[in-house]
Design a protein around this ligand. Sequence first.
Ligand code: DOR
Length: 442
Amino acid sequence: MKQWSTAPVLILNGRPYGEDRVDLLLADGVIVAVGDDVRTHPAIGAAQVIDADGLVVLPGLVDLHTHLREPGREDAETVETGSASAALGGYTAIFAMPNTDPTADTAGVVEQVFRLGVQAGLVDVFPIGAVTVGRKGERLAELGAMAASAAHVRVFSDDGDCVADPLLMRRALEYVKAFDGVIAQHAQEPRLTIGAQMNEGVVSAQLGMTGWPAVAEEAIIARDCLLADHVDSRLHVCHLSTAGSVEIVAAAKARGTRVTAEVTPHHLILTDERAVGYDPVFKVNPPLRTGSDVEALRAALAAGVIDIVATDHAPHAGQDKETEWDNAKPGMLGLETALSVVIDTMVNTGLLDWRGVARVMSENPATIGGLTDHGRPIAAGEPANLVLVNPTAFWTVRGQEMASLSSNTPFEGVTLPGRVVATFLRGTATVRNRALQEKSEV
Ligand code: DOR
């Protein structure tokens, strides 16, 4: 698909990590010069010049948790449209969850997704392999074959469902040690969440909806931390959503457990009060929790107990979402709004600085996913995977205007801070500097 510039790019007066202004020269896929060295570099004459005065420069964002829906539900999203959505959100690499149809549980399917990502060419797409065949939780999928495939899978998950059987979970954790893989667990004890529609608490009682108790998440996280310890393997906890989960992960980390954890943008800002209007756009799994959970999640992200922000970008076709709450599929779009939500909840509140944003949205997810070309420092010789952000701009979210094929954003009509101006994948602009034009207007 489209990329707009292969010429060298000169970024003038950008502010890496929101710090001092500096010029950056990108050529041949790398940052070839920074600061004073730019002026004497031979490539400078041919460069396309971008006035980045006032813009924050970050390493390209990395999303460890995206649903691309291809193969199987190309009416909701494709690898190409999801890639475009990611580039607009400032991402240069995304990990695609395997709950597709067919399930990404073989070398063949993960290679197909990987190839589609290369064809789209807007972000690097890394398939996540299913832990169990068909995500049915009955027997292990071909983890080794997926790891050895051209897709080079290192992250495995049955996301959407929990690997509930402790023996299977143990075996999966043991198996991936051979290639330094990681099991990303969707922590949801199934017996405790039968028929659950939203967070179990005051609001679910008022609405008469079946509740999804915090303990259903926390019990699995506690169990899996113990299992990861027992076999000395790597566990990653998907979309942590409760204050109790934070306590369990903190205690496990203090003990030396090899556990990492993610939080979604929506769990950093929205609460279960949103269910009051019965608008299924707010139905998500795990569900939106309480205000005190939101506070605990923000504090844990700031403190490093939670390692990363991951979108859980979950596009759904209109007929699956615009229906009564009980029948609607859980999930919400995330890629195009994630950075703005993080700016709103973490930067503008003083909880994270821009280095912190780079850490939780680029460096740490790249490390967990085993990437060596993303999440790198902004320095000469490093891959030119970068995003330019206007930190003072505001924009109003419109689902219909998004690159995603679906429009189930929980932020419809909401004005959010911070705008991605340009995204560069190996020195090539994958976003056509949309907001560079808007910059003069804000
Ligand atoms: O809300 C969710 N939607 N949570 C998940 O775990 C799966 C996802 C999806 O695939 O739609």
